[in-house]
Design a protein around this ligand. Structure first.
Ligand SMILES: NC(=O)c1ccc[n+]([C@@H]2O[C@H](COP(=O)([O-])OP(=O)(O)OC[C@H]3O[C@@H](n4cnc5c(N)ncnc54)[C@H](O)[C@@H]3O)[C@@H](O)[C@H]2O)c1
Length: 380
């Protein structure tokens, strides 16, 4: 499918250096996907390029991307993986490795992930492990991948015993976050991304204090409030601003704490409960929907501990409601099973689990809140 370019605003390019001395170019803005050829040339990439895509991105954006790569300079192959979590499996990891091996990819060649978070996770993991790492370029095509999954160097695949249980930290050479590709996204997938945007708004002040991220004149929460006055359109300029701000927050957090020793944990607000809900519902609820419920439960818990005023809980529910996201546990949830799934969380130790708790006011979190495992039932 071919897509006509509309009037575009500027593409913002950020050069991001982590404490691991890895440089990632992050281009944010309409049309940024068309920078792929120039990125490959800037990093001195080899001729071979594998584009990993998923069914929807193959239909809507693959041809468009292939047209931007000069045929005389690159030998491009493509691999379409299944939709959603199914792709994040050892089976598809192996298929990517075999594809790279059969075509003689070398360390200077490139894997491009063109898709949502499932593709950036799978392509990132495959790319980081084949020959101990090829060039990785991510073109996130869902809102959730643009603001979260494709940013910050974490990737992973699922194992039969749980989600994201195998993974690496591996930093892409470039991320091209292009709002135009969101035009083909379903309303449900747009909403899923909004959930992560609300999460960033709920941690903004903590990130501002701990890093060089500069809050703008208005809190992100107020800007999200503006965005949700009307049904959200993919090309809303307020959404563009929010995408850039969320990417900045994640880059600043991941630059300060690339391997999640402390600050980076704040990005997990609502995720312990969220991941358990995703597993319990066998992924019928999207990542964003499950995280929305998780954030509400953590806010409710903070209110019960008197660490947050009650009206803050009302505000969170109102934002989620206007974003058409759920904020209550699904009816009939088996709470015992949910708690037992939370025990599998990677952030638990023998007798405690580290959680992110909203404290004081929305925007501030305690990212080192330790809950004894026997108290997990208080969260649900
Ligand atoms: N590594 C990280 O730091 C990190 C962070 C957050 C989430 N994640 C992972 O990301 C995944 C969720 O990401 P997601 O919500 O993007 O899921 P996804 O990749 O499954 O995409 C959601 C759906 O949107 C479709 N889609 C994507 N782009 C499209 C487009 N432009 N037009 C039409 N359809 C499009 C996909 O085909 C899919 O059906 C989860 O696996 C989660 O664990 C990873």
């Amino acid at each position: 499918m071919r897509h006509k370019a509309k009037h575009r605003g500027p593409v913002i390019t950020m050069n991001w250096n982590t404490t691991l001395e890895v440089k990632t170019r992050v281009a944010v803005g309409a049309g940024s996907r068309q920078k792929l050829a120039s990125v490959l040339s800037q990093i001195g990439a080899g001729k071979k390029v594998l584009i990993v895509c998923q069914p929807a991105t193959a239909v809507h954006w693959l041809r468009d991307l292939l047209d931007t790569l000069p045929q005389e300079d690159y030998q491009v192959t493509t691999l379409e993986v299944p939709d959603g979590e199914q792709a994040k499996s050892t089976e598809w990891l192996l298929r990517i490795w075999e594809h790279l091996e059969a075509r003689g990819f070398e360390r200077n060649d490139t894997v491009v992930g063109l898709g949502g978070g499932a593709v950036s996770d799978l392509a990132g993991f495959a790319c980081s492990t084949y020959l101990r790492g090829l060039n990785l370029v991510l073109i996130p095509t869902s809102l959730l991948a643009q603001v979260d999954a494709a940013i910050g160097g974490k990737n992973g695949i699922n194992l039969p015993s749980g989600k994201n249980l195998a993974g690496t930290f591996y930093f892409p050479k470039a991320v091209l976050a292009d709002q135009e590709v969101l035009s083909s996204l379903s309303p449900a997938d747009l909403r899923s991304g909004l959930s992560e945007i609300i999460k960033y708004a709920m941690i903004e002040e903590t990130v501002d204090k701990a890093t060089d991220y500069d809050r703008g004149p208005r809190p992100l929460l107020d800007i999200v409030d503006d965005l949700l006055q009307n049904p959200v359109q993919h090309d809303d300029p307020t959404l563009s601003g929010l995408i850039s701000s969320c990417i900045k927050i994640k880059l600043f957090v991941a630059a300060k704490d690339p391997q999640e020793s402390n600050l980076r944990r704040c990005l997990n607000l609502g995720h312990t409960i969220g991941h358990a809900i995703e597993s319990l519902t066998e992924y019928r609820l999207s990542h964003g929907e499950a995280v929305a419920i998780g954030m509400t439960q953590m806010t409710k818990y903070a209110v019960s501990l008197k660490k947050l005023p009650k009206d803050n809980l009302e505000r969170v529910k109102d934002l989620l409601n206007r974003a058409e996201l759920p904020y209550e546990l699904p009816k009939g949830t088996n709470k015992e099973k949910l708690i037992s799934l939370m025990h599998n969380d990677k952030k638990r130790t023998a007798d405690k689990i580290k959680l992110v708790l909203p404290v004081t006011r929305l925007g501030v979190v305690d990212f080192d809140y330790q809950l004894p495992l026997q108290d997990l039932s208080k969260l649900v």
